[in-house]
Design a protein around this ligand. Structure first.
Ligand code: G3P
Ligand code: MG
Length: 251
């Protein structure tokens, strides 16, 4: 199964864009990450009530917009009336929830690789993957696309409907049975929580030929310790902070 996206993996990935300095999962955060030299973005992909793929982390709208309730209960047109920037800062007023289509066009224009994290509401996995497939066909990207998810149903749907794209399993701690899980899902990598790292497990993952990526790392010293432990790349809210640290291995 596909490992091709990982062949172009940088060591630093902008988590939800440069989400420490601009509202997460919005175009300003993507623009800032690109201007800071990030080569890949990680974003969360969900669907609206009318089945359109949008970039958004939470199931509910309250934290990151001026709307209320479940994302999945609102049509794209209604979602596009919400302000997704004001919560972060007044200067981001009138920022909108991006569609996956907009993100793909932005990535194509700026030569950015993407880690699309599939964030389906439980029970809507197939619809979410299907919506992603539609946009990926309509907006072909010549940059690497890596799919990941905590949701194993979503990963199985991706294997069926987007078989050519590289897949990763997301977890918090590294599961004891990581190898079995990666094999069963035909995933090429494991993305886990950096604070829960077990270096011996990372070594085994790498020795077995899989990639090990860690989230969310905002401290350059922690990033260096992770690379030393064999971690291939880290997700960060502050790409500039990590990229300007001279000792980080080649991006
Ligand atoms: O994909 C890495 C990381 O984004 C997973 O957790 O909650 O930030 O989407 P979360
Ligand atoms: Mg994510």
């Amino acid at each position: 199964y596909s490992d091709t996206a990982y062949e172009q993996l940088p060591t630093v990935i902008a988590h939800r864009g440069a989400s420490g300095e601009a509202p997460e999962n919005t175009l300003p955060a993507f623009e800032l990450a690109a201007s800071q030299g990030a080569r890949w973005l990680e974003v969360d992909v969900a669907i609206s009530a009318d089945g359109q793929a949008v970039i958004f982390h939470d199931e509910r709208l309250e934290r990151c917009t001026d709307g209320k309730g479940w994302l999945l209960n609102q049509n794209l047109e209604d979602l596009q009336h919400l302000d997704a920037g004001l919560w972060f800062g007044k200067q981001f007023r009138n920022t909108r929830i991006p569609t996956l289509a907009e993100l793909l066009d932005f990535a194509e224009e700026h030569d950015l690789g993407l880690n699309l994290e599939i964030k389906p509401v439980i029970g809507r996995e197939a619809e979410t993957v299907w919506a992603m497939r539609q946009e990926l066909i309509r907006h072909p990207l010549h940059q690497p696309v890596l799919l990941s998810s905590f949701n194993t149903t979503a990963l199985k749907c991706a294997r069926t409907h987007l078989p050519h794209l590289t897949r990763a399993l997301l977890t918090e701690a590294i599961p004891r049975d990581w190898q079995q899980r990666l094999q069963d899902l035909e995933c090429s990598g494991l993305h886990f929580c950096a604070d829960l790292i077990e270096p011996a497990a990372v070594e085994q993952i790498r020795t077995a030929g899989y990639r090990a990526l860690a989230y969310t790392v905002n401290n350059p010293d922690q990033a260096l310790r992770l690379y030393d432990a064999g971690v291939n790349a880290v997700f960060t809210d502050f790409p500039q902070r990590l990229l300007k640290s001279a000792t980080i291995p080649d991006r």
